[in-house]
Design a protein around this ligand. Structure first.
Ligand code: NAD
Ligand code: UDP
Ligand code: UDP
Length: 338
């Protein structure tokens, strides 16, 4: 493992091994970019709960201070408003790099900004990791597989991606981010980890972020029809956020670089998803068909055998069990709007 003079991950564990019984080990200093967002804020909860010191770096494009407000008095927590497209100097042991809008509606809103975030933001965080000897984890995406011709998708599949389409700022951006990550690993000996995340849902998603689970849940709660795009026969696999966060922390702590698919293999058509939302929220809920967006992947389902065998990780929460946990959060926030 790489050592460094500023107490990088390897030197912290070396110190911890020498400590007498009963003496607290120094906490890991961790930065979470995008930590005020949906996934990031749940990750921050977990890291703080296990004793790490956490710095959140976020420009609040899609993230909200509310998501981390409960930590503001904690001396091990720090919140920095910063855009990762600009360089930043920090002294940390680990970097979880999540900063990037994830909903298609958000990432298409300003595509040039999205690709700058993916390329320049990732470059800056890798430069930081190199300077301080920190371990770096990239949250990549199942979108690197594009509209896949292989089903389910294994990590060895190179994908089927349109380089000039409206989703390219995100999927090609993430592909470049993966390339940068591997080049810093090979060329600058940075310790890296790559997670390819599949559709994830849970409390704290933006109410109107355009993603399918948040749309259907908010629509059903507001007694509006659920908007099904296209014929509704396209498929996705939906992972509950706590499973993802467990996977990210396990991957960071492991000896494996990846990439690893992190997702729930349970596959649903959008019409089936609407049915589950209906059963969970309102048996009277209806659907309304809308035209689909360009380049929409027809099917997506992770092959997670690599993560199962090397990380001993697999998701535990089914859609039928996870959905109600998200619904109660949405219900409360929709009530607060009134
Ligand atoms: P999110 O939009 O809720 O969170 C992204 C966070 O990054 C927000 O807090 C936002 O303000 C921040 N951000 C965006 N651009 C930034 C910039 N230039 N500088 C600093 N901060 C910036 O999305 P999420 O669902 O929490 O996704 C987190 C990460 O996981 C993203 O990198 C996303 O690509 C990846 N991912 C998520 C999913 C999913 O289903 N949720 C699937 C695949 C990949
Ligand atoms: N960088 C940063 N924080 C650091 C170290 C580097 O933001 O602590 C940025 C730096 O400004 C540069 C990028 O990371 O834009 C890549 O840094 P690297 O040292 O790899 O490349 P160079 O600066 O030599 O181009
Ligand atoms: N979708 C839908 N209704 C909505 C939002 C999305 O039918 O209100 C569909 C969308 O066309 C896609 C799938 O749901 O086929 C997943 O979309 P989402 O934006 O959640 O994530 P993606 O996997 O496309 O990044």
């Amino acid at each position: 493992a790489r050592k460094n003079s500023r107490g990088g991950a390897s030197s912290v564990s070396a110190v911890a091994r020498r400590l007498p019984v009963g003496v607290r080990k120094p906490s890991l200093r961790v930065v979470v970019t995008g930590g005020a967002g949906f996934v990031g804020s749940h990750l921050v909860d977990k890291l703080l709960a296990r004793g790490d010191s956490v710095i959140v770096v976020d420009n609040f494009f899609t993230g909200r201070k509310d998501n981390v407000a409960h930590h503001l008095g904690n001396p091990r927590f720090e919140l920095i408003r910063h855009d990762v497209v600009e360089p930043i100097l920090l002294e940390v042991d680990q970097i979880y790099h999540l900063a990037c809008p994830a909903s298609p509606v958000h990432y298409k809103f300003n595509p040039i900004k999205t690709i700058k975030t993916n390329v320049m933001g990732t470059l800056n965080m890798l430069g930081l990791a190199k300077r301080v000897g920190a371990r770096f984890l990239l949250t990549s995406t199942s979108e690197v597989y594009g509209d896949p011709l292989e089903h389910p998708q294994k990590e060895s599949y190179w994908g089927h991606v349109n380089p000039i389409g409206v989703r390219s700022c995100y999927d090609e951006g993430k592909r470049t981010a993966e390339t940068l990550t591997m080049d810093y690993h090979r060329g600058a000996s940075v310790e890296v980890r790559i997670a390819r995340i599949f559709n994830t849902y849970g409390p704290r998603m933006c109410l109107d972020d355009g993603r399918v689970v948040s749309n259907f849940v908010a629509q059903a709660l507001r007694k509006q029809p659920m908007t099904v795009y296209g014929d509704g026969k396209q498929t996705r696999s939906f992972q509950y956020v706590s499973d993802l966060v467990d996977g990210l922390v396990t991957l960071m702590g492991s000896d494996h670089i990846g990439p690893f698919n992190l997702g729930n293999p349970g596959e649903f058509t959008m019409l089936e998803l609407a049915e589950v939302v209906k059963e969970t929220i309102d048996p009277g809920a209806s659907v309304e068909f809308k035209p689909n967006t360009a380049d929409d992947p027809h099917m997506r389902k992770p092959d997670i055998s690599k993560a199962k065998s090397l990380l001993n990780w697999e998701p535990k929460v089914s859609l039928r069990r996870g959905l109600p946990l998200m619904v109660s959060d949405f219900q409360k926030r929709i009530m607060d709007e009134k």
